[in-house]
Design a protein around this ligand. Structure first.
Ligand code: 13P
Length: 251
């Protein structure tokens, strides 16, 4: 049985004051929900320390939005995976479409994934097609290519511990959600692709849905057989809405 996971991706939003209020307003009820579901908050990097302090003694976990693949060196502005462990970061979002559209490649995502795993953290690897790719009938081949890069570089066994987030680009921040059936179809495809190499990894691997998840659509999405939770953007910046989403997990 896979334990569900709901992750808040706050992206590049907030300030010390905003995040103190946001997390402060949610923490008690999230802690209750975290007995049933893994819950993760991923703040912008300058606030890792603030959030790590606020999460001390809580079951809610701290996540990061990115990591660099090298351990150290001349990479101005980057943050190495090993640095994240100093803040008790337990999971790292990788290959978000907002980064891929800025030039991050499948190979870079695969190397970042290996770096995160080497530090004992769990990667949340984002995959997903654009509207143009979906309309051209390429949704599955795009997702397969993105997944394949990670599989080839990190190995099939690593995927048992990894989390995949299916985030169709056309559903991110648009208010347009994939239907539960559309999402389930792609999640089953992802699990099936992994199952061709390892039934064990396919059964253990958690697959999250992301793209305009909100309090109104979360339960129907999470009820699908291969949807193990969500990666939530905009709605995770609203305390009541995010709590409702976390409480919508049915398994
Ligand atoms: P929205 O929930 O705002 O559509 O963002 C989804 C996302 O990109 C999460 O990583």
């Amino acid at each position: 049985m896979r334990r569900s996971l709901v992750a808040a991706n706050w992206k590049m939003n907030g300030s010390r004051e905003f995040i103190t209020e946001l997390l402060g307003a949610m923490l008690k009820r999230l802690d209750v929900a975290a007995t049933e579901t893994d819950i993760l908050v991923c703040p912008p990097a300058p606030y890792y320390d603030l959030c790590a302090g606020m999460l001390e003694g809580s079951a809610v976990k701290l996540g990061a939005q990115n990591a660099h693949e090298a351990q150290s060196g001349a990479f101005t502005g980057e943050i190495a995976a090993n640095m994240l462990t100093d803040f008790d970061v337990s999971m790292v979002i990788l290959g978000h479409s907002e980064r891929r559209s800025d030039g991050e490649t499948d190979e870079q995502v695969a190397h970042k994934c290996a770096a995160v795993l080497a530090q004992g953290m769990l990667p949340i690897v984002c995959v997903g097609e654009t509207l143009q790719e979906r309309e051209a009938g390429q949704a599955e081949s795009v997702v397969k290519r993105q997944l394949g890069a990670v599989l080839d570089h990190c190995g099939i066994e690593a995927l048992a511990e990894a989390v995949i987030a299916y985030e169709p680009v056309w559903a991110i921040g648009t208010g347009e959600t994939a239907t539960p059936e559309q999402a389930q179809q792609m999640h089953a495809f992802i699990r099936g692709t992994v199952a061709q190499q390892s039934g064990h990894s396919a059964a253990k691997m958690r697959i999250l849905y992301g793209g305009s998840v909100n309090a109104g659509n979360a339960a129907a999405l999470f009820a699908q057989e291969d949807i193990d939770g969500g990666l939530v953007g905009g709605a995770s910046l609203k305390p009541d809405e995010f709590i409702t989403i976390c409480e919508s997990v049915s398994k």
